[in-house]
Each structure stands twice: as C-alpha cells, then as structure tokens.
Design a protein around this ligand. Sequence first.
Ligand code: HEM
Length: 154
Amino acid sequence: MACAITGMTPAEKSAVADTWKTLAANKSGNGVALFLQLFSSHPNTFNYFKNFEGKSVDQIKDTADMRAHACAVMYAMGSLVESLDDPECMVGLVKKIARNHKGRDIGKSQFELLRGLYGSYLDKSLGGAATPAVKAAWDKFFDCFDNLVEKFQA
Ligand code: HEM
C-alpha cells in the first residue's frame, strides 16, 4: 500500500533507496554533475548562486566551492532518502530546506526544474540501472518533495 505521506509504495521507496547508494558513493562527482546539468538546461538558475557572481559555469565547475555545494546538497538528499521509512521526519527535513531556500527566492518552480531533468540525469549517472520503474519512483519522490516545499513556503 502507498505511504499516506509520500504517496510512494514500498517498492518505489526501495528503488529510490537502492539507486541512491550508487549516487551517494560519489557525492561530490554526482552532485556536481547534477548542478552542471541544471545550469546547462536552465542557465538562469546559475544566477541564484551569489558566491559565483561574475563568473561563468566554466570557471567554477572544477572549484572546491562547487564541490562543497554539491556535497551539501547530496548529504541533504541522503538524509531525505534515509528518512523514507520515517516519513514524518522526512517532512521535517523538507521544511528546513524549504525555509532556507525561501530566503534565496528559490521555490517550487526551481525545484521542479531539477525534477524535470532528473530522469536524464539518472540515465547518465546510473546507465542501464535507470529503468523506467526507477525513474518513475524518483519522480514520485520529487513530486512529494516539491509539493511540501510549496506548502512550507506559503
Ligand atoms: C533536492 C533539491 C535540493 C536540495 C536537497 C538542496 C539542498 C541545499 C543545501 C543543503 C544547501 C546548503 C545549506 C544551506 O545553505 O541552506 C543548499 C544551498 C543552496 N541551494 Fe540548494 N538544494 C536543492 C535544490 C536547489 C535548487 C534547484 C537551486 C537553484 C535553482 C538551489 C540553490 C541553492 C543555493 C543558491 C544555495 C546557496 C549556495 C551557497 O551560498 O553556497 N538549490 N541547498
């Protein structure tokens, strides 16, 4: 039966948790790849990063600042994925992310951009393991996440 909070079935939660292990094995590399894909698909998202002001994506892509941001996001994602079995805790974690991104003017629509490219990101980072079922499970995860962001930023 689907979880009342996330809307995800146990099989979908497992698909997310299992594939997360592969992504988390290289948090810096996979996190940088995720944000570089965001910047190339939606160049305006780069403007939110005040510490990269005046620089191009090419100039920052190999910097320690980029890797540090990527790691921070990936550790936060890891906490969310690890909380799928305690969805109330997951909601509390999303609340924190929603509130600290609100101050940067980053809302549901920006998080939806990440959701929109996540399937192709999984293809690149997981190869054949990114099955349609895996991609659908991650999409449900982000659907839940993005709706909670909207709720907590209202
Ligand atoms: C699953 C999605 C995301 C997660 C889990 C996440 C998580 C985080 C975390 C943990 C931080 C560092 C802690 C903090 O300062 O609050 C952070 C900072 C930040 N995030 Fe996100 N984020 C996500 C999506 C996004 C998106 C889509 C954007 C932009 C369109 C974005 C822009 C930023 C910016 C600009 C910062 C501040 C960077 C800095 O000053 O070093 N984030 N995010």
